[in-house]
Design a protein around this ligand. Sequence first.
Ligand SMILES: *[C@@H]1O[C@H](CO)[C@@H](O)[C@H](O)[C@H]1NC(C)=O
Length: 249
Amino acid sequence: MFALRIIILITLIVPLNYDLCSCQCAHAEYEIHKQCCPMCAPGNRVHWHCTDDTSTTCVPCPSLTFIDEPNGLMECFPCTVCDASRGLRVNKVCTQSSDTVCGPLERFYCIEKKKGSCTLAVQHSECSPGQYIKQAGTGSTDTVCADCTGDTYSNGSFSSCLLHTKCEALGLTETNPGTHSSDTKCGNPSTAVAIIAPSVIVTLILILVIIVFIIKHIRKKKQSKSSGIQVCSTFYMKEKVKQSLFTMF
Ligand SMILES: *[C@@H]1O[C@H](CO)[C@@H](O)[C@H](O)[C@H]1NC(C)=O
């Protein structure tokens, strides 16, 4: 029984192997219908398989398709599309004999590759305020950020931390102390004038208003005095009229 099994196995495997193995065909040949046909060159596909009297008939791949190896294929492969939504752009356009090569978009870096072409890219990280760009991102690496230390600052987009401005050295006064993310703010004499000037103007206007008020008040007093004289005079006239009336009767 055991020997029979072995014989069955051998009779099954040997022809199967023989069939699977295209070793019977030469290196630049492919096997079809138990016959060896010459392969088509890269950039071409098989149009007609070879026969006993004719060689393989090959045709170039149509546009947007390719085959990058010697082959016995009836169809070309579609060219890869570099998808912007995956952070990709075309690095090398597709030809009949080579697929598109995709690369990361500007300010993106590749995190997935296949056969030397990028298949997924993500945006470089941005440094936070208080950090500087220690190493700018590349097509394959992310940005490297580092913290500002000591008397320096960066808004996150500087390639190094900058020293805080020294207001005193500029003959100015410090109005806001610097932080790791912002520079010192200095105030100069002209800003001092800008602060004082309005209050001076307000005071002047107030004084003017008071003066006008006083002048008006004085005028009113004068008027009431003169109208008092008028009253007196009318009274005086009435008395005179009375007197004259008396003298008439
Ligand atoms: C940082 O400062 C630079 C120059 O002052 C400016 O161009 C840039 O937009 C700033 N970046 C941020 C993130 O605020």
